[in-house]
Design a protein around this ligand. Structure first.
Ligand SMILES: *Cc1c(COP(=O)(O)O)cnc(C)c1O
Length: 460
């Protein structure tokens, strides 16, 4: 064994304790760490010929890279829809690497069953029934990809071809209808060989990002019986708006359609009795996308996909080889998603759900929504700011009251980011340049609002 490796092996318990102390310092420093760090150019380092050992690598990381890292795990990072990692999720993630299981085949460990258990818990959490089966993927983009791949196979079934065998070319023109789709849906269509042009956006309700069900029905009628994929949105990134899932599902009585719901973060509305109505009808979807590394507050690289048509899913993702299990009633996970070998993604979620339960996660969701509403109230009470949509969920979409030119918004975003107290991201809503603040971190409390509002006002 290489000297450095055998040294590290001999001192492993000590090195882990040292790393754990460092991690604890990083976490307790999160409140004060700059929320965003504008990237500075840095000199490239040579590939080490002789390694420094773990302690040397840790020291080098600490000096060279760590100062350039943002406080995105902390409470005042409101960009995108970024969650943090609960203490239990963090430990679950560490142990994922410690045990280094490959859960895709059921030949050597209970890891796949743990993953199935967590899928069952999540199904219950989001109000899905037994007819939905699911699997872990790396993020909502991958989840949308898997859902739309199953939809593509369903389109083939309607046309009497197996797309998984014959290829997407066998389908002819494909129509995907959606009101306010997330950009990852276009990426998925490109990857699937359906093409970005397959997407046809449907008008939304006045002043909303939710699709107009009548306009959707008209678009379906125009297809004259040709089956379509409908991507419904449960939680849009700009304003946290929801399509009427029940109304869309009811359209299946008159038009052949596959209903895919992108509920990346909106599915978590199901945890709150006051907001659960927003996702009524989710169970009727043919496929559902939910992110866990956003509002689920587990570390990155975690999302789930659900579908009612596991048979079609297996047709698409089947990976048969003599040394791997065959798809059966309880198929090995290798036959469900794009990856073959992968980490035991479910463990972080298992730890967090086991440690805090449905109630703990409901509390995070409700506190984030209350904090978002409180920010919305403060901004609407200030004549310098203008709210662009009511705060429906956990996202506040707002702009300056006078002349929100793109340059002005960019200036505010940059000024806020360089101040280190807050991070928000820019957007454009119905042509109006705007800012969005998304609350999804378990650490954020209403006590953080003073600093958040001061940072915004100072950037005006
Ligand atoms: C974030 C998001 C995605 C993409 O999720 P990733 O985890 O970044 O892949 C898709 N849809 C919606 C609605 C989102 O908010």
């Amino acid at each position: 064994m290489h000297d450095r490796l055998s040294d590290d092996l001999a001192r492993l318990p000590q090195l882990l304790a040292q790393t754990s102390g460092y991690a604890a310092d990083l976490l307790s420093g999160l409140e004060e760490r700059p929320v965003a760090v504008p990237p500075a150019p840095r000199a490239r380092r040579e590939l080490p010929a002789e390694g420094k050992g773990l302690a040397g690598a840790l020291e080098e990381f600490r000096q060279h890279w760590e100062p350039g890292f943002s406080g995105s795990a902390g409470p005042r990072y409101l960009g995108f829809v970024t969650g943090g990692a609960t203490p239990a999720a963090l430990v679950g993630d560490w142990l994922t690497a410690v045990l280094d299981q490959n859960p895709v085949s059921g030949l050597d460990s209970a890891a796949p069953d743990l993953e199935r258990e967590v899928i069952g818990w999540l199904r219950e959490l989001f109000g899905l029934g037994e007819a939905h089966s699911g699997a872990f993927v790396s993020g909502a983009t991958a989840s949308n990809l898997v859902g739309l791949a199953i939809a593509r196979e369903w389109l083939g079934e309607q046309a009497g071809v197996e797309v998984s065998e014959a290829g997407a070319g066998a389908l002819g023109p494909v129509t995907v209808l959606s009101g306010t789709p997330h950009s990852s849906v276009c990426k998925a269509l490109s990857m699937l060989g359906l093409g970005r042009n397959a997407l046809q956006t449907v008008p939304t309700l006045p002043g909303r990002e939710a699709v107009d069900p009548d306009a959707l029905e008209e678009a379906l009628a125009a297809l004259q019986g040709r089956p379509a994929i409908v991507v419904a949105n449960a939680g849009t990134v700009n304003t946290g708006d929801f399509d009427d899932l029940r109304a869309i599902a009811a359209l299946r009585e008159r038009h052949p359609l596959w209903l895919h719901v992108d509920a990346a973060f909106g599915a978590f509305a199901a945890l709150s009795p006051s907001h659960a109505h927003l996702v009524e009808g989710l169970d009727e979807a043919d496929s559902v996308c939910v992110d866990l590394h956003k509002w689920g507050n587990v570390p990155y690289d975690s999302a789930v996909q659900f579908t009612r048509r596991r048979d079609l899913q297996i047709r698409v993702f089947r990976n048969s080889a003599a040394y791997l299990g065959r798809p059966t009633e309880t198929p090995d996970l290798i036959h469900l998603t794009p990856e073959n070998s992968r980490r035991l993604r479910a463990l972080a979620a298992w730890f967090s759900l086991t440690a805090y339960g449905r109630d703990g996660h409901r509390e995070i969701v409700e506190r984030n929504m209350a904090t978002a509403r409180a920010l919305g109230d403060r901004l609407s009470a200030d004549p310098r700011w203008r709210l662009l949509a009511p705060v429906r969920l956990n996202v506040v979409c707002f702009t300056v009251a006078d002349d929100p030119a793109p340059g002005r918004i960019d200036h505010i975003v940059k000024t806020v980011a360089s101040g280190g107290d807050l991070f928000v991201t820019p957007t454009v809503l119905n042509g109006t340049p705007a800012l969005r603040a998304a609350f999804s971190n378990w650490r954020t409390t209403p006590d953080h609002l003073d600093r958040i509002v001061s940072a915004l006002n100072a950037a005006l």
